[in-house]
Design a protein around this ligand. Structure first.
Ligand SMILES: Cc1ncc(COP(=O)(O)O)c(C=O)c1O
Length: 427
């Protein structure tokens, strides 16, 4: 395999001719494949069909006498708080079980911060021109929440073990407007990186110019491994307590990619003061959450062992698709100097970086050849990839044979777009 970035003009021209022919052949296949969003496949959803039948009329009175069919229980039913406290690694009384979407809880937490402020702050964030640190590439919907609510975003690089902490510490220590950082600590979206203990330690201990600085700890992929066991992440709540800033983390999670996407349960956790503050505001939003859904989830899993066994079954379905992505990238692009990609141990995505200035073109070419990819720039605040190099691959939803076909297209498009650029640069 030759490094195309070091090849001479003649060699590039020959490779480009071959890449064009290959692309032409692929376009002729009239494919219609979709690798845009990180959704579970139908086979994954089937794993949770026990939820549809696992409660009956005899179950609706909870152990503490609460009638789950009625209003109330703002923080969630005790058994559900206990299970998902274990899941998030926090005491049950420091967990709030919400509705079907953790994203909604994140939106709510930031909307409340903007409108009312947070524990330990001076007042509404909106009066302070707040800034949020966004490790990039990251999750487009985190960025969309900030944009919608008027929080200014600033990029820092995502590394293999978490955000670039030198850059984070510098921003947080010196500017009181810097109020928060987004974190997906395990199998991050989209790179798959898991935060190291050193990064968690620095996040907890770093000096913050804003006394009400928050870590938005979206542990969306806490148990979503790919068959080689679970990564571990240090306990952010304990680390912040030990560092004297117990109110720093806002912790989020959901069962969207464990049971049913959009019909599971979401959770928020944090210090006692943060939980009380959230509940004081949630009181005005709802008389109580859907406790029947909570009961279904608890009965379905039983305990954390049940959750972990269930995730082993997910891994069996998902891991071959990630292998297909890596196999294709390795076969077609390794050693050519035009692409690098992540090799996640869990989560829902592979992050592919191509030559600077080529991502948009790769995605356009793939689209024309019948493979939809996440739009270029999606993983960056304001949809702007400063280098136009990042592409998010989401292999979970399509069947394995479609992932294989789609990846052949992606690789052909990467080669064509990058060779085009190299030829233009050489000429
Ligand atoms: C990092 C991250 N957080 C949250 C979500 C959405 O979670 P929910 O369905 O609980 O709103 C996703 C979905 O892709 C995600 O990748």
């Amino acid at each position: 395999m030759i490094d195309l970035t070091k090849a001479g003009a003649a060699e590039i021209a020959q490779s480009l001719t071959r890449a064009k022919a290959r692309y032409g052949d692929i376009r002729g296949r009239n494919l219609a494949l979709d690798m845009t969003r990180g959704k579970p496949s139908a086979a994954q959803l089937d794993l949770s069909d026990g939820l549809l039948t696992n409660i009956g009329p005899g179950d609706v009175i909870d152990t503490d006498g609460t009638d789950l069919r009625n209003y109330g229980g703002l923080a969630g039913i005790p058994s559900c708080r206990k299970l998902f406290g274990d899941y998030l690694g926090v005491p049950a009384e420091q967990v709030v079980i919400g509705g079907n979407s953790s994203l909604q809880m994140m939106y709510g937490a930031l909307a409340r911060a903007m409108t009312f402020g947070v524990v330990g702050g001076k007042g509404p964030w909106r009066d302070e021109a707040p800034v949020v640190i966004c490790p990039v590439p990251g999750y487009d919907r985190h960025f969309a929440i900030c944009e919608e609510l008027g929080l200014t975003m600033v990029n820092v690089d995502m590394k293999d073990d978490g955000p670039d902490m030198d850059a984070v510490e510098e921003l947080v220590a010196n500017d009181p407007k810097v109020k928060a950082i987004w974190c997906v600590p395990k199998y991050s979206n989209p790179t798959g990186a898991t935060y190291s203990d050193a990064v968690v330690d620095r996040l907890a201990k770093m000096k913050a110019a804003a006394p009400d600085f928050r870590i938005l700890w979206d542990n969306a992929y806490a148990v979503h491994h790919l068959g080689r066991g679970l990564d571990t992440v240090a306990d952010i709540l304990a680390a912040c307590e030990a560092a004297g800033c117990p109110d720093r983390p806002f912790i989020f999670g959901s069962t969207s990619k464990i049971t049913y996407a959009g019909a599971g349960i979401a959770m928020f956790a944090g210090s006692k003061a943060n939980v009380k503050d959230a509940l004081d505001h949630l009181f005005f939003e709802t008389i109580g959450p859907d406790k029947i859904t909570q009961l279904r989830q608890v009965k379905f899993f039983g305990d954390m062992d049940g959750v972990l066994a269930h995730m082993d079954a997910h891994a069996e379905l998902v891991a071959p698709k990630f292998k297909a992505v890596d196999d294709a990238l390795t076969k077609h692009l390794a050693g050519k100097g035009i692409a690098t990609w992540t090799k996640p141990r869990g989560g829902y995505f592979v992050s592919l970086d191509v030559l600077d200035g080529c991502a948009k073109e790769v995605i356009r070419l793939a689209n024309e050849a019948g493979v939809k990819l996440t739009p270029a720039g999606s993983c960056f605040p304001y949809g702007k990839d400063p280098f136009d190099r990042n592409i998010r691959l989401a292999p979970t939803l399509p069947p394995l044979d479609e992932v294989v076909q789609a990846m052949e297209v992606v690789c052909a498009c990467v080669e064509l777009a990058c060779l085009d650029k190299l030829a233009a640069d050489a000429g």
